[in-house]
Ligand binder design. Structure first.
Ligand code: V47
Ligand code: SF4
Length: 386
């Protein structure tokens, strides 16, 4: 969208406060806390959508990134009891869960030998018996087998628990993890930082400050990371903005975050199933306001296994410039929480088609947004392996 066109939309807006916010956005001025809340409360979806789309196109044009990745979920046994989680089996209740050995996880990595994946994403429950030493050995084994495979692994919730058990400081623990092969951190475990909500939905796991400290430490070691926000449950708009504000402040300091990923709360099979899921219009508004508010985050991602591919495609017009990867049916977190994507897997061709149908330019990226291939004019051969 051209600046001339967005100016027409801002001029047509009746609400002076919304006009002022829009003018700030297109002059690349930071919007404030209260202005973020105001957008949620008062702005129409077309208005925030147009501003977010302008911002997205001024940063990335039509470029839309995806990657070739797979997940490993070492265990779904967890000592914590987050109320929104459909995935974990409580250790205390001795419920049935899985727990993979290093050899089993290495076999998963080996099953991708000869396939052009670039990233393994490793996260799972917090099993009381799985130690820092175990995960260091896992990463060393993966790197020994396939050194160029990017390891994006562990939330601060998992890391904080491992470090405490191993009696090492965050700085020491992160140094050891990085040395063993940890390349970057995924965005999970953030949920909602504000204690008014955090204590109600996940009171026993790492706090906001502990989460932020681990990411800060990773950034200081030269690693990059992502950040998520779990929306659409009991939080108010001010809690969403508070969460984004804390991330924006850390990003000002470190510049270590790559991507902001709003995660839609899915309500199947968890203790918060009584809460209705957010509507499509509210999902799009969340993505749009994220793009506007997170002015120092280069990328905003729609994670298609959680959102569904149709909604992920729509978000490409509401500020999003990344839709994650091929996944290859290797994660259960969202299928267990009721996502329409029960066996999440997309071929390269599927991803490219989805992005092109959304009138954008498909680019395969590495984890750190290095361009691997521009698929704009790529013709897929029949039966092409992806
Ligand atoms: O922290 C758990 C979320 C997260 C539910 O960094 C739920 O590239 C919705 O962070 N409804 C883990 N969400 C996954 C994650 C992630 C995923 C993809 C890519 C990246 C990245 C990070 O999943 C948890 C939690 O916020 N989650 N249960 C649920 N019922
Ligand atoms: Fe455990 Fe993570 Fe589920 Fe919380 S969200 S119960 S930490 S697996």
């Amino acid at each position: 969208m051209s600046t001339k066109n967005i100016q027409v939309i801002i001029d047509a807006e009746q609400d002076n406060q919304l006009k002022k916010i829009g003018t700030k956005v297109i002059h690349n001025e930071r919007i404030l806390f209260d202005e973020g809340v105001y957008l949620f409360e008062k702005a129409s979806l077309p208005y925030v959508g147009a501003l977010a789309n302008w911002k997205r196109e001024s940063l990335h044009g039509d470029k839309t990134y995806f990657n070739k990745n797979f997940h490993i979920e070492p265990t779904n046994v967890c000592v914590f009891s987050c109320k929104f989680c459909s995935y974990s089996k409580l250790y205390a209740h001795k419920e049935e869960g899985w727990e993979l050995t290093i050899d089993q996880m290495l076999d998963i990595v080996k099953s991708y030998d000869g396939k052009p994946v670039t990233e393994v994403h490793i996260v799972g429950g917090v099993h009381p018996k799985l130690t820092l030493a175990f995960f260091l050995e896992l990463m060393r084994a993966i790197k020994a087998h396939r050194p160029e495979l990017h390891i994006k692994a562990f939330t601060p919730v998992e890391l904080d628990y491992m470090f405490r058990k191993a009696k090492v400081s965050v700085a020491e623990g992160m140094r050891l993890a990085h040395e063993a092969g940890l390349d970057s951190l995924p965005g999970g475990g953030a949920e909602i930082f504000h204690p008014e909500i955090r204590t109600k939905i996940c009171e026993d796991k790492a706090t906001a400050d502990e989460w932020l400290l681990i990411h800060k430490t990773a950034h200081e070691l030269g690693m990059h990371s992502n950040a998520t926000l779990l929306y659409g449950h009991i939080e108010a708009y001010k809690h969403r903005i508070d969460h984004m504000e804390r991330l924006r402040q850390l990003q000002d300091e470190t510049k270590g975050f790559n991507t902001f990923i709003p995660l839609k709360f899915r309500n199947d099979g968890n203790e918060m199933s009584y809460i209705e899921e957010s509507t499509l219009a509210n999902d799009l508004k969340m993505y749009a306001i994220s793009r506007i508010y997170m002015d120092n985050f280069p990328h905003v991602k729609a994670y298609w296994p959680m959102l569904g591919r149709d909604t992920a495609q729509l978000t490409l017009s509401y500020g999003v410039n990344d839709i994650d990867g091929t996944i290859d049916d290797t994660t259960k977190i969202y299928s267990m929480a009721g996502s329409e994507e029960q066996t999440p897997a997309m071929s390269t061709e599927d991803l490219v088609r989805l992005i092109k149908q959304g009138r954008r330019q498909p680019i395969e990226r590495g984890t750190l947004y290095n361009v691997i291939q521009d698929y704009s004019n790529y013709e897929f051969a029949e039966n092409e392996a992806s």
